[in-house]
Design a protein around this ligand. Structure first.
Ligand code: BEZ
Length: 396
């Protein structure tokens, strides 16, 4: 009997403790939300885009550290996958992070083909996805989704800007050269659109498979075509090699080379003399003199002992966007509609300048005209102010 009374007393105490604990919990059954926030980083850490993936990762983590190492009070657990810039491996890699590691948010990637596959997995599983580079136009166009955001750009934006600038400079003929995949096709497509609308003519569109870097036969063809200008899309290790090969072929003296800013971003140390004077268009430049950029650059150099590049800016902004959304829901990812609304309407103080998103969740930002001077992509003008993409079939 005494034993029975003790059991009931213990049960009563337990019930009281559980009841009191329940009163202390935030409303909305948020018990599961008090654990670590799982962030899946799916980026290239090997291959021609390896440095880009590292830069994004470092800057994302820097923004989180500046936020006290937490997001909306939750500690962060990172899960990392090297996507090798290989679209064929992308569904399996994304599913590893979503199904095996159960990440709350997926951040990636650099390569448009990989990102298109990630976006499909994110849509199918309703996983929150933030893209810190890959510019495939369709992701924030006809394939847009409420759970998919981008803090970088869409591929056509820089071609559109450079086509306009070259037409204004009265260039009459152009040859384009790129890796043959979504990023290159869309970049060159943007150039052709505005260059020809401005009175120019693209006389030849050249391409080679990603990530090949045997440029010699293309340089020979360019030399014989003698266009007024050459527009290219290359990035990472491929951009380093292309700029050096173009200079070694003696072409810059007679045929100016221009491109989307990736041609000279994060690459100048390796390109050296070969890159001097090149004109590119991008949403970032090294010498942008705004307080956020100055603070960001100083903090990045302090943390990583290297200068940041455009990829770092985009990774930093991916974290800033996530923080804005998570703060609005006090860390409760189950409040998806409110989280999405806060991310959609966020006004970020980006190192590039003010950053807002359009209906398809793609950045609206200024596109700068830059010129390589020494180790810097110096901003020499604004090629297009507040560039935003046309809706392109996005139904959001
Ligand atoms: C892309 O594949 O979308 C991409 C890769 C590198 C730089 C810019 C864009």
């Amino acid at each position: 009997m005494k034993q029975m009374r003790n059991v009931f007393r213990r049960a009563g105490v337990l019930a009281a403790v559980v009841g009191a604990a329940a009163l202390l919990l935030p409303a909305g059954g948020a018990l599961a939300q008090q654990g670590k926030l799982k962030v899946g980083l799916m980026l290239p850490y090997t291959g021609t885009f390896a440095a880009l993936g590292t830069s994004i990762t470092n800057a994302f983590k820097l923004a989180v550290e500046e936020n006290g190492g937490k997001i909306a009070g939750r500690e962060i657990e990172y899960f990392t996958v090297d996507d090798e810039s290989d679209p064929a491996k992308a569904p399996e890699n994304a599913n590893k992070l979503i199904k095996r590691d159960q990440v709350d948010v997926l951040v990636g990637t650099v390569h448009s083909g990989v990102a298109l596959a990630m976006a499909k997995v994110a849509r199918d599983t309703n996983t929150l996805l933030i893209i810190p580079n890959a510019g495939a136009d369709d992701i924030t166009g006809p394939l847009c989704a409420s759970n998919i955001f981008r803090t970088s750009f869409s591929n056509s934006q820089f071609g559109i800007a450079m086509g306009k600038v070259m037409a204004e400079q009265k260039k009459k003929t152009a040859v384009t050269l790129t890796w043959k995949y979504a990023a290159g096709d869309e970049s060159v497509g943007g150039f052709k659109e505005t260059f020809e609308a401005g009175g120019g003519k693209v006389i030849k569109e050249l391409s080679l498979p990603f990530p090949q870097v045997e440029f010699q036969s293309y340089l020979t063809e360019i030399a014989s075509l003698k266009p007024d200008v050459v527009y290219v899309f290359f990035a990472g290790g491929g951009a380093v090699k292309f700029v050096k090969d173009y200079a070694a072929a003696g072409l810059p003296k007679t045929i100016p080379l221009v491109g989307a800013g990736f041609l000279t971003d994060g690459t100048l140390e390796a390109q050296g003399e070969a890159a001097q004077g090149l004109l590119t268009t991008l949403h970032y430049g090294d010498g942008l003199n705004n307080p956020k950029n100055n603070a960001f650059r100083a903090a990045f150099v302090k943390a990583y002992k290297v200068e940041p590049d455009v990829y770092a800016v985009q990774g930093y902004d991916a974290a800033q966007l996530l923080i804005a959304g998570m703060n609005a829901v006090k860390g409760d990812t189950t409040k998806r509609a409110e989280l999405v609304k806060a991310m959609e309407t966020a006004k970020l103080d980006s190192p590039r300048g003010p950053l807002a998103l359009n209906k398809g969740h793609n950045p609206i930002h200024d596109i700068y005209l830059r010129k390589v001077e020494g180790k810097e992509n110096k901003v020499i003008g604004v090629a297009v102010k507040n560039l935003t993409d046309p809706p392109r079939g996005c139904k959001l």
